[in-house]
Design a protein around this ligand. Structure first.
Ligand SMILES: [Zn+2]
Length: 403
């Protein structure tokens, strides 16, 4: 028998899980072939992961070799365990917190099971948040979670699980959120910067797209960069903070303490503030803005705000050497003329447009997919694997469905 060092084994496990994330469903032979592993090596990893409840076997009526297209007899195929939740995802936002229990299979779209509002001007927001989270835990039930992934905005030092700075939710800077969550679910907790989760989720759903800048528009404006299929490493836990690029002539005060940041113009609140001003306070809701754009096209105030966002995006592309932008969030809910304007303005400011075209596309938020990817890497096959291998005692029944 060949001795396989544990680090090597862990890399092989991760590689196999990544391959299965890409393929969705695959046979042992297909996995071995795709990874360039011998069938016994791949088979051994598969058996371990089946025992641990990370993978499950499903019966398929007819097998089709993905390489040759040759149809075969009915057989057993593998997929990431979709039968029961293994991870808990929490998304802390400015207005609300979303909670979902997640299986290890990659979901098609974000689906949150429990939502509670963040009460404004709360005296002790950390304590109220913990109370609401406790109520959510009661509803979700005592699942045997492997860990909790907590998506948070702001500057996040992920290795130390701390929020260094949060322009729109300052109370999270002083609160030890991981500790709070652990008081409710006594399992490992990982803080994940929210745009990083979105970018990883997008990559997982579109594995062919390996290099892009994702910009999410919502309560704030943030970005994340994926290069070669991985988040771009940076020496400081400050990256993708595109929303805090100053816009000349803009006098609005930003949550970060600066004046004139781009997000004060194109965040949800920023857009609605400008909309209310433009309509002399007559209109100020998101639905009204959507209708207004459909009826009147892009008015000058909106075009200027989008241009400001485009300048920051084009600047980032020029510096990073990227030609693909993925836009998620609120801007994608507005009439298509909005994204078309933004895209044209990005082209205008990017050097790559002189040689080819910059792709600027709208995409749905795939936050839970990104959190699962991080959970698999850091909780399912962490560095201490296989000490943490026993995730479950019983092996799931082949073909078992979601409960
Ligand atoms: Zn700012």
């Amino acid at each position: 028998m060949i001795y396989v060092p544990s680090r090597m084994g862990q890399l092989n496990r991760r590689a196999l899980l990544r391959q299965l994330q890409k393929l969705g469903v695959a046979s042992r032979a297909e996995l071995a072939k795709a990874l360039g592993m011998s069938q016994p090596t791949a088979g051994k990893i598969v058996d371990e992961l089946l025992t641990a409840g990370v993978l499950e076997e499903i019966e398929v009526a007819e097998t089709v070799d993905k390489g040759t297209g040759v149809r075969g007899r009915p057989g057993r195929q593998l997929q990431l365990n979709q039968s029961r939740p293994r991870l808990l995802a929490i998304q802390l936002g400015l207005q609300e917190t979303n909670v979902a229990a997640l299986a290890l299979g990659i979901p098609v779209a974000d689906q949150w099971h429990f939502t509670f509002e963040i009460i404004k001007n709360e005296k002790n927001p950390a304590r109220t948040w913990e109370k609401s989270l406790r109520a959510a835990a009661q509803k979700i039930g005592g699942q045997n979670f492997l860990g909790v992934l907590l998506s948070v905005p702001g500057l996040v030092d992920e290795p130390s699980n701390r929020i260094l700075f949060s322009p729109n939710i300052h109370w999270t800077e002083k609160a030890d959120l991981a500790k709070t969550v652990r008081r409710i679910w006594n399992v490992p907790v990982l803080l994940v910067q929210e745009e990083r989760a979105l970018a990883l989720g997008h990559h997982l759903a579109n594995p062919a797209s390996e290099d892009f800048l994702l910009v999410d528009f919502g309560e704030g404006v943030g970005g994340a960069v994926i290069v070669g299929g991985k988040p771009l490493p940076s020496p400081l836990p400050i990256s993708g903070e595109i929303g805090h690029t100053p816009v000349l002539g803009n006098r609005r005060l930003c949550g970060c303490g600066a004046v004139g940041c781009m997000e004060t113009l194109v965040s949800l609140r920023g857009l609605l503030e400008s909309f209310a001003t433009a309509t002399c306070g007559k209109k100020n809701s998101w639905a009204q803005l959507r209708e207004h754009i459909s009826a009147h096209g892009l008015e000058a105030w909106l075009a200027r705000s989008l241009d400001a966002a485009a300048v920051a995006i084009a600047g980032s592309l020029n510096v990073l050497g990227l030609r693909r932008v993925v836009i998620t969030g609120s801007l994608t809910e507005l009439p298509p003329s909005v994204l078309a304007h933004l895209s044209a303005a990005v082209q205008n400011g990017s050097m790559w447009a002189k040689f080819g075209s910059v792709e600027c596309t709208a995409a749905p938020r795939r936050r839970t997919a990104g959190l699962i990817a991080i959970g698999i890497d850091r909780m399912v096959v962490p560095d201490s694997f296989p000490q943490k291998l026993s995730l479950t005692k019983s092996r799931p029944k082949p073909g078992a469905q979601n409960p």
